[in-house]
Design a protein around this ligand. Structure first.
Ligand SMILES: [Zn+2]
Length: 182
């Protein structure tokens, strides 16, 4: 039996591969049924409603979770000529902020596709429900932050959701407030 001793200061610098739940581990080893259930579990956990998004990899670091998502090829409607296309032009990795799970921030890397329209010469990125174009955090995090902002201080909400205070104020200012007369 070999017993190895690794000082704690080295462990914190190492990349730790771990599954937060046995469900994802199952998805890598078992059949399609378990894989689908694991994907559905992580979709709910991260607030993802796009069904063609798969959880590709999960890594645990000392200060964050890093989750890599891939999308499946899907027929897209060209935003310029409204024709449909499946022709892939290129890929891009978009880094976005996810929710805070057990006091640990989640960083999400989405591998997005850029499609080429075969009817007009335009290219365009696929649209996802989970994150808007040019946004740096998921829509579910934004919704939570806006909901908390209605009852709490910006600094506290920023701390709870992992968004910076300035970004939260900008987000709050962009949304119109509706008043219900009492
Ligand atoms: Zn087109």
């Amino acid at each position: 039996m070999v017993v190895s001793f690794i000082p704690t200061r080295f462990i914190s610098k190492q990349k730790i591969h771990a599954f937060p739940s046995p469900l994802l581990a199952l998805s890598c080893t078992k059949g399609k049924g378990e894989g689908k259930r694991a994907t559905s579990f992580y979709h709910k956990l991260l607030g993802i409603k796009d069904k063609h998004v798969d959880v590709w990899n999960i890594e645990k670091y000392s200060n964050k979770w890093l989750i890599e998502l891939h999308t499946k090829v899907k027929k897209q409607k060209c935003p310029f000529c409204k024709e449909r296309t499946k022709r892939i032009y290129s890929y891009r990795k978009q880094s976005i902020q996810g929710p805070i799970l057990s006091n640990t921030p989640v960083k999400i890397i989405v591998k997005k596709r850029r499609y080429l329209c075969t009817y007009c010469p335009h290219t365009f990125y696929e649209r996802l429900q989970m994150v808007d174009i040019y946004q740096r955090c998921t829509n579910s995090v934004q919704t939570s932050a806006l909901t908390y902002s209605a009852v709490g201080f910006f600094t506290l909400v920023a701390r709870l959701t992992g968004i910076s205070t300035n970004r939260l104020i900008r987000l709050f200012d962009r949304h119109q407030l509706f008043y219900v007369p009492i």
